[in-house]
Design a protein around this ligand. Structure first.
Ligand code: PMV
Length: 303
């Protein structure tokens, strides 16, 4: 049997603070372990090859959409002082790509872990994050680091660029529904749109970013106080500020309004926006199932 090693990483949900986190405001993210990436590195002879939803063949002949992986694998081999040859990487994903669920960070995390396991090398948390950042810089332009942090954490986190991350212990009596518009979002262009908007209308955009940061801080308090209604109202407010930053779109607005109409405590887009997923909060499981059904009837690809 050829030598083989696996690496895993899970998805994430940003509860509060996407986009504003890029500008130093706090954010709250939850590990979404229902979806994951499994990377398997297997010994071969010759050029590095890859099999994934985006490309199957030699790594070097991969399309620009896997440029982050090409650069990452090269960097890992250089760091490990190993030749960039004689292995195949298989990537299996249950995280839908481009939906704000952190698939690019999770792919990077799983690939790095599988390569380190394959070469029997130890991997510190610090080095993992440093290597993930190499990939995320290509996928996101100027990543806040939140996606990388949460893809390697098993507990909810409160994150701020300069002060780092603290684990949050959450005992919230509520249910979170994730609704997928089925439309691919583009985090890179959403992030650069926000940056352009700040230059064009600085005072309104900066105000929205500050408000989003304040909502993340207040949500942290409400999580500690187990107050789902308050968190719901903060989520809906956050969606309004994210809309002001022009990162929502008609599909996301439609699902957010559908969830609110079906009795959600609150709803907002999650992740980069311009497509992808939204989230809604419900007070009981019965209401959560009702909201999920309403979202599907309103066109959600999945919940
Ligand atoms: O779309 P996602 O899941 O990759 O989330 C991006 C989160 C942003 O705040 C928009 C960007 C970032 O680097 O934090």
């Amino acid at each position: 049997m050829p030598k083989s090693a696996k690496g895993h990483s899970h998805g994430k949900i940003i509860l509060m603070g996407e986009h504003s986190v890029v500008y130093g405001e706090p954010a709250i993210a939850l590990p979404f372990t229902a979806v994951e990436i499994v990377a398997t590195t297997t010994e071969t002879v010759g050029e590095v090859t890859i099999s994934s939803d985006f490309h199957t063949g030699t790594l070097s002949s991969g399309p620009s959409s896997i440029e982050n992986l090409k650069v990452l694998v090269k960097k890992v081999c250089k760091t490990l002082e190993q030749p960039l040859a004689n292995f195949h990487i298989d990537i299996q994903s249950t995280i839908p790509a481009g939906r704000g669920l952190g698939s690019s960070a999770a792919v990077a995390g799983a690939v790095i872990r599988s390569l380190y396991n394959f070469f029997d090398a130890s991997l510190s948390e610090e080095l993992l994050l440093e290597l993930m950042d190499v990939s995320e810089r290509i996928s996101h332009g100027s990543p806040s680091g939140l996606d990388a942090r949460i893809a390697s954490s098993i507990s909810p986190v409160y994150f701020q660029k300069d002060s780092g991350m603290t684990d949050l212990s959450i005992e919230l009596n509520a249910f979170l529904i994730v609704g997928d518009t089925g439309k691919i979002g583009d985090t890179l262009s959403a992030v650069s749109n926000v940056s352009r908007l700040i230059k064009k209308v600085p005072s309104k955009s900066k105000k929205a970013i500050k408000k989003l940061g304040k909502l993340a801080l207040e949500t942290k308090e409400a999580l500690i106080n187990n107050d789902p209604s308050l968190i719901g109202s903060y989520m809906t407010k956050a969606h309004q500020y994210l809309s002001q930053l022009q990162v929502s779109n008609p599909s996301l607005d439609h699902l957010v309004n559908t969830a609110l109409g079906a009795g959600a405590l609150g709803a907002k887009l999650t992740g980069g926006g311009h497509g992808g997923c939204m989230i809604a909060l419900a007070d009981t499981e019965k209401n959560a199932l009702h909201i999920a059904q309403a979202l599907k009837e309103a066109g959600a690809l999945n919940t």
